[in-house]
Ligand binder design. Sequence first.
Ligand code: ATP
Ligand code: ATP
Ligand code: MG
Ligand code: MG
Ligand code: MG
Ligand code: MG
Ligand code: MG
Length: 271
Amino acid sequence: MANSEFQYVRSFETWDALPPSNWIVVRIDGRGFSKLCKKYDFAKPNDRRALDLMNAAAVEVVRSFVDIVLAYGQSDEYSFIFHESAQLFERRAVKLATSVATQFTAEYCMLWPKYMQGVELERPWPTFDGRCVCYPKRKILRDYLAWRQADCHINNLYNTTFWNLVLKGGRTGTEAEEELKGTVSGDKNEILFTKFGINYNKEDEIYRKGTVVYRAYDLEVNGQERNKEATEGSKSQLEKEKKRKMKAKIEVEHCDIIGDGFWEKRPYILA
Ligand code: ATP
Ligand code: ATP
Ligand code: MG
Ligand code: MG
Ligand code: MG
Ligand code: MG
Ligand code: MG
């Protein structure tokens, strides 16, 4: 058929491959979750069921993309880190971002009844946007993750103080906001402790630190060997490597990833 007459329209598409040797972060974020929280009556400041649901969806995404080495989530967002050597979709940005965001969305909606028992999901269904960001150095990728975890901490300290003032302190939203204007972390810790007997540092880590999901390799194979295998390996070795990644246990933790401790104990993650 004379399809060739129409073929030229393909040339209007733009090639959006991300540069090689960069760590690719795909960050997804819930659309309009401030509203969604109210609609489904999420507990404030933190609804544990909703966080568990986010984490369960993230585990499935990590499981299905073997190039993802680690993911970090808090609130209604998740950052998925693709290894700098990943070749999936020839590193095309829109393919990567849409594939991750749509899989996350499907998992979130399908897992909803398991985590939000007795709460019926209605239209508009929850959806997530997605974007890709490239980081050319491990150090900058670490700073990116530190930025997200610091954001988690700052928001959670604020939200915890705000909601205690409202729910236990009898303030209106506006009054609580006014009271917190210009306060630093120390002031909020003080308010929580003196007014509500809460030691912020004893609040659950899932709220204070967010959630890290990563592929845990067999300890006997260190990252260096793995990298050698992956870059110099024959096709069958690469296949073996892929199988091993697919079989690797996926760990879920709520710990500090700003300091070096987490990374020094697991050097294979960013190897
Ligand atoms: P946008 O579509 O621009 O992302 P948004 O309303 O989703 O808009 P965000 O900045 O992403 O805006 O904020 C998400 C909101 O959802 C925050 O107010 C956060 O406190 C709330 N939220 C997310 N997860 C939970 C949870 N597990 N429990 C309680 N509140 C939550
Ligand atoms: P990729 O992930 O690269 O898109 P793909 O296998 O999805 O890989 P496509 O080029 O998108 O490849 O092709 C989709 C395939 O699905 C085609 O072979 C098409 O004929 C088939 N397909 C799609 N919808 C239908 C349908 N309703 N009935 C029968 N076949 C279908
Ligand atoms: Mg947003
Ligand atoms: Mg959002
Ligand atoms: Mg958000
Ligand atoms: Mg297709
Ligand atoms: Mg197609």
